[in-house]
Design a protein around this ligand. Sequence first.
Ligand code: MG
Length: 388
Amino acid sequence: MSGLHVTAIIAAGGRGARVGADRPKQLLTLGGVPILQRSVGAFLRSPRITDVVIALPEDLAAAPPAYLGDARVRLVTGGARRQDSVANAFAVAGRADVVVIHDAARPFVSDALIARTIDAAIEEGAAIAALPVRDTVKRASARGTIVETLPREEIYLAQTPQAFRANVLRDALALSAADRDATDEAMLAERAGHRVKLVEGETRNIKITTMDDLTMAESLLGGGMSSMRIGNGYDLHRLVAGRPLILGGVTFAFEKGLQGHSDADAVCHAVTDAILGASGQGDIGRRFPDTDPAWKDANSIELLRRAGAIVRTAGFTVANIDVTVIAQQPALAPHVDAMRANLAAALGIEAAQVSVKGKTNEGVDATGRGEAIAVHAVALVKMGSGVI
Ligand code: MG
């Protein structure tokens, strides 16, 4: 199958009046990125795609946005109807073996769905992404009363991509001059007598036609990587005689303890900095300054609890924490679970979301000589209060 020239046609010729915005809907942004850029990007990233032809409204084609400047992208002016736009694009796709057509308004198309549709078209001649209906389907009269209930196992909702061997699409488009009402290319291929295969579409592959769709798309996006933030924390305290050793809220039986203004719990301090850093809320020194007598001998688990509240107030949920404690002595392993439980409780998360690991420094440097304990922590936080 490799070596085939596959051209993607992105139908972006519409004005998108239904969205009710002052711009064509494909130029509206989703998570700060134009919908058109997302849709085109999905095809440019696909290893199956050779080149991309985009049908745009005339003014946009004349002055295209910079993100359409890829060497593999060609622009054409859209026509009055969708199939006219596709025909204009197909006219410059002369060398294509397979053409895959996609609505610019479906920015969430996956690489797997693009590949599935192309593979089925290579085999069958034509294939479209479609979803089986889950609701009961009624056919209604013009007055809005039910005429009949249709067998839903026979009903599919067409999406794009829709892929065609070039000869099949040529046949289909030859019909379109007479057929004025095709809402997708598959309809034309069917009328031209070609068999069209259905491949399983994706529920995420929504078409953005209204403001409600745009809101839903923003929330779909909110569940992804764009809402993740990572933070790093580091702390080191000297080990001195005459102080208790407290790490992650656990008091160790050890001859020395960590020196500091508070209880010097370096694990809590590193985790506090990691979650504050991840959510852009400063650092422990700014939030709980050691010049403030309020924090003298402070319980650092309590500081962490307060930092957790700051993070939540800023709109984030802690997804997970990973901690590495560098201490030549004492052995951490017997207390790791207790530390995890304390950290989790302070942050209002599960112990399973918290990892604590101990390392010696192989006798090297101050931590290796037992003069200090150092802690590294990484935190991942997610925007919103949902569960990952
Ligand atoms: Mg500290």
